[in-house]
Ligand binder design. Sequence first.
Ligand code: G4P
Length: 283
Amino acid sequence: MNFQWYPGHMTKAKRQMQEDIKLIDLVIELVDARIPLSSRNPDIDELGKHKARLILMNKADLADDEQTKRWSEFFREQGCFVVKLDARTRAGMKKISEVVLEACKEKIERDRRRGIKNRPVRAMVVGIPNVGKSTFINTYAGKACTKTGNKPGVTKGKQWIRLNKNAELLDTPGILWPKFEDQRVGLYLALIGSIKDEILNIDELSLELIKILKEHYPGVLEHRYGLAEEQEPPELLGQIAKNRNCIKKGNELDYSKAAALVIDEFRSGRLGKITLEFPGNQR
Ligand code: G4P
């Protein structure tokens, strides 16, 4: 996934979201649990400020459970409901349905007082590219979902997915753009694979990853690659190249191949459950 955001895109996406948000009660925002801040655009706080908010810490299967817990607290303190998730599986979806109702309790209560019964809660999914929005919608809505709208007798307009008798989901997710103001954001997005590798310096990227692992996850590199971790990142990368037989023509160590290998093993979870960004250290 390559981010090619131009001002025109951003303005259009934002305008669309402003319109869509008017139609809903609840914003379901997906973030990547490995980089919960860098994978979101704080503009959503302004856009969704009068709405109930649910943050899904997605790809939690790849993130450090302890840090996911801390981040969940962090977002709860800001008034959001939070659920951790692996959007590819249905486990956790029941919990989400419960939290959706909990988050919209006030609205349901208000409806009840006005004599409106059984009006479903309406929600929309938002998040930056690649965070798992479509996967979530597909898994959550499942096959059982029925689309409403654009049918004979139904007013033309937005497509809604009926989740159950209590909730409907706008079928197109809102795309947020990442906020690249801080250089670390670009780095983290690159490490989780949200920016095309071709435009990045893979060697430098892997050195940053090695640095983070060395500092926050001591023992991981040693365990996976048999390294003595007290060396500096470039030496460690060289050691990985050696131990994993990354050799170029002329019998030289192939640093780039080793770099790609470490990054790939991190992304696929083979290095374990790792979070890159920690609450308390944020900007
Ligand atoms: P988007 O709509 O927000 O752009 O994201 P999308 O659902 O397309 O998901 C992006 C990638 O992330 C997909 O992988 C998807 O399978 C994966 N993914 C989504 N949720 C989770 C999760 O909770 N855990 C893990 N580990 N992966 C998740 P892909 O490789 O691009 O596609 P595919 O190979 O799965 O088809």
